[in-house]
Design a protein around this ligand. Structure first.
Ligand code: PBG
Length: 330
């Protein structure tokens, strides 16, 4: 054959493949989620997330240092709250001496250039494991929940959090939190909104990790998180949150929702993050442990795909592994 265009021509050499490579994963793209708990020198394995542990604050600092050395500059904190501190009204969420608040202060004391992101939602603090306050029928109350989320956000900002990240999916919470932050003079405290968060089955291992699974029981979060069948709604959620003052928006989960990431980034051109959630981690880990997948190659491919779809940053439990693999490649 005499072919003018052979698409394989550019794929035939290392240098030409490198020249045309459009996306590269960088440690600046990675955000490390950490599960924290009370205690001293304590760590606990999470059965459904091999390789991820719940850490007491001293060990958390060591983990942050390890991440920092690998040039990961952003972390997100998720608390494992003692059962005795859970309540119907989730008051522990805005305790200025609570676990998250102390963790933020300790990280800020030790490291001056780590971005600390905190989760704003009530599920670690409620007896029923829902992200908000409920009425007598178990319905999650929007406006009453937002009142508590505001207090939680202010308490985190006060402890030194750089970014508050509402993951609760209540209506109007971004505007309410922005307003409160401005009033309290936290002008540069950023809001990362979990704008399009789906009622996904892939959060199971996370609920194991923070210990909210049994509290939630057979209930679900379908009256506030989005239906996996929908994409129009994602636009409305993101648009609202941007109008209300979100500095960054997030799509969650990531790998099964690449179409949403892509459309949202293209349409709104806002800083757009994606969360490779616990179930995505568990799938990759389980297949790798069985030698059914090559862990490094498949994890890096999964992260690159999320980036190619349009994500500016990725929350992933693989952040530390990925950062060390990227380093080896350079
Ligand atoms: C709770 C919250 C969840 C996750 C992050 N924040 C779970 C949920 O909505 O039930 C899930 C993260 C993961 O699965 O890795 N507000």
């Amino acid at each position: 054959m005499n072919l003018i265009n052979r698409l394989r021509r550019m794929r035939s050499d290392d240098f030409s493949r490198a020249l045309m490579r459009e996306n590269r994963l960088h440690t600046d793209d990675l955000i490390l989620p950490l599960f924290i708990m009370e205690g001293d020198a304590k760590s606990e394995q999470i059965d459904s997330m091999p390789g991820v542990e719940r850490l007491s604050l001293d060990l958390m600092l060591k983990k942050v240092e390890q991440a920092h050395k690998l040039n990961i500059n952003s972390i997100v904190l998720f608390p494992v709250v003692d059962a005795a501190l859970k309540s119907d009204k989730a008051e522990e969420s805005f305790n200025d001496n609570g676990l998250v608040q102390r963790a933020v202060r300790e990280i800020k004391k030790e490291f001056n250039n780590i971005g600390v992101i905190t989760d704003i939602a009530l599920d670690p603090y409620t007896i029923h494991g829902q992200d908000g306050l409920v009425d007598k029928n178990g319905y999650v109350l929007n406006d009453q929940t937002v009142d508590v989320l505001i207090q939680q956000a202010i308490s985190h900002a006060n402890a030194g959090a750089d970014v508050v990240a509402p993951s609760d999916m209540m209506d109007g919470r971004i505007g309410a939190i922005r307003n409160a932050l401005e009033q309290e003079n936290f002008k540069n405290t950023k809001i990362l909104s979990y704008a399009a968060k789906y009622a996904s089955s892939f959060y199971g291992p996370f609920r194991d990790a923070v210990g909210s699974k049994n509290n939630l029981g057979k209930s679900n979060k379908e009256t506030y998180q989005m239906d996996p069948a929908n994409s129009d709604e994602a636009f409305h959620e993101v648009e609202q949150d941007i109008l209300e003052g979100a500095d960054m928006v997030m799509i969650k989960p990531a790998g099964l929702y690449l179409d949403i990431i892509s459309k949202i980034k293209e349409h709104f051109m806002k800083p757009t993050l994606a969360y490779q959630v616990s179930g995505e981690y568990a799938m990759l880990k389980a297949a790798s442990k069985n030698n059914w997948l090559n862990e490094k190659d498949s994890v890096l491919e999964s992260l690159l795909s999320i980036k190619r779809a349009g994500a500016d940053g990725i929350l992933t439990y693989y952040a530390i592994d990925a950062a060390s693999w990227i380093k080896d490649q350079n």
